[in-house]
Design a protein around this ligand. Structure first.
Ligand code: C5P
Length: 335
């Protein structure tokens, strides 16, 4: 029996990096958002033993270093199943693109294998296995708009933001996430030794900074006004979902990775500017890149911007965000 599962991508609406922890990971705060672009994963289970991965993209590893392999092994163990697992990855999303494709593929493998084995694992076990394999996996167990804390693996579903059209640019270059984190550390070190007072980058300052970011994110997500109601501002709590664009622009939510990735690859900063020039109200690097996205007011504006960017030689695709409900409906609908 072969089960097909759609494996959706994500973007990060703001990403803040804190101090490097004793375990080598970094504390962070981010809002993940699933989007409609996807790969397709086909999982089959039969007689024999072992895990085989098939993918025509030479950049995708086919051995046990592939996160799909690791998840499949853990699912087999949790389900107490024995047999041969075959995972076919139909790749459309970029590799090392900052859209969480490899992590999403692994979670889609988990969903597919559960169905092939006819052994549903339950949310708690799914989240535990996902977090064991990588920081970016658990968000795909939840889908929609998701708050990520800890090293990104601790996830909380947020009320879904309204469906928003966007344009994604997928440059040819890949960015290594561990290297981007190491570059962030080197930058923090440089600022400290240079004696420049950048408290947001130092270890003692970064927990204060994450707390401040937490306050800002919470206020933004709740739709709390910046000014207290009794000072004259009209408080419209909870209006955030419909006003994502104006809120993001006003709050100025940022992705810290831009500070280390753009100086090394200035062409990515140019692409962000190209998105802005094409009419995007909010543009940003996704994760550690190299994907950039821009949010638009309407699908027509996004489609127009995508074709304008394509004429400039950029790989631009118009798509939209995916709410939790649509995510679950479409994950199950396979290819
Ligand atoms: O969790 P994941 O396997 O995706 O992480 C890959 C690498 O990225 C880690 O080994 C670590 O170097 C870095 N990382 C980090 N802080 C995080 C997430 C990842 O330093 N919050």
């Amino acid at each position: 029996m072969t089960v097909a599962v759609r494996s959706f991508a994500k973007i990060n609406l703001g990403l803040y990096i804190g101090a490097r922890r004793a375990d080598g990971f970094h504390d962070l705060r981010t809002v993940y958002q699933t989007i409609a672009l996807h790969d397709v994963i086909r999982v089959s289970f039969g007689r024999g033993s072992g895990i085989e991965i098939q993918c025509s993209d030479p950049r995708v590893p086919l051995d046990s270093s592939n996160t799909c392999y690791r998840v499949a092994a853990l699912v087999m163990e949790a389900a107490g199943a024995k047999g041969k697992v075959t995972i076919e990855i139909e790749k459309k999303l970029p590799v090392q693109g900052g859209m969480g494709a490899a992590s999403s593929n692994a979670v889609a493998t988990m969903f597919g294998l559960e169905r092939a084995l006819k052994k549903p694992l339950g949310g708690r076990t799914r989240l535990r296995i996902a977090a064991q394999v990588g920081s970016d996996l658990p968000l795909f167990v939840v889908g929609g708009t998701v708050l990520g804390v800890g090293r990104g693996e601790e996830v909380y579903p947020l009320p879904d933001l309204a469906v928003t059209p966007l344009v994604v640019i997928t440059p040819e270059i890949g960015v290594s996430t561990p290297k981007a984190f190491a570059d962030w550390d080197a930058r923090a070190e440089q600022h400290t030794t240079a004696g420049r007072n950048q408290p947001e980058l130092t270890h003692s300052g970064s927990s204060d900074r994450l707390f401040e970011v937490g306050c800002a994110l919470s206020a933004w997500l709740t739709g709390l006004p910046d000014v207290l109601p009794n000072t004259g501002a009209s408080a419209k709590v909870g209006s955030r979902a419909g006003n994502l664009l104006s809120d993001l622009v006003r709050t100025g939510i940022e992705n810290d990775f831009e500070k280390v990735v753009f100086p090394q690859s200035p062409e990515l900063r140019d692409m962000k500017r190209a998105l802005e020039r094409a009419g995007s109200r909010y543009a940003s690097l996704s994760g550690s890149g190299s994907t950039l996205y821009g949010l638009f007011r309407s699908s027509a504006e996004a489609a127009k911007a995508a074709s304008r960017l394509q004429k400039q030689g950029l790989k631009a695709i118009a798509t939209s965000t995916l709410t939790r409900q649509r995510y679950w409906k479409q994950v199950a609908s396979g290819s």
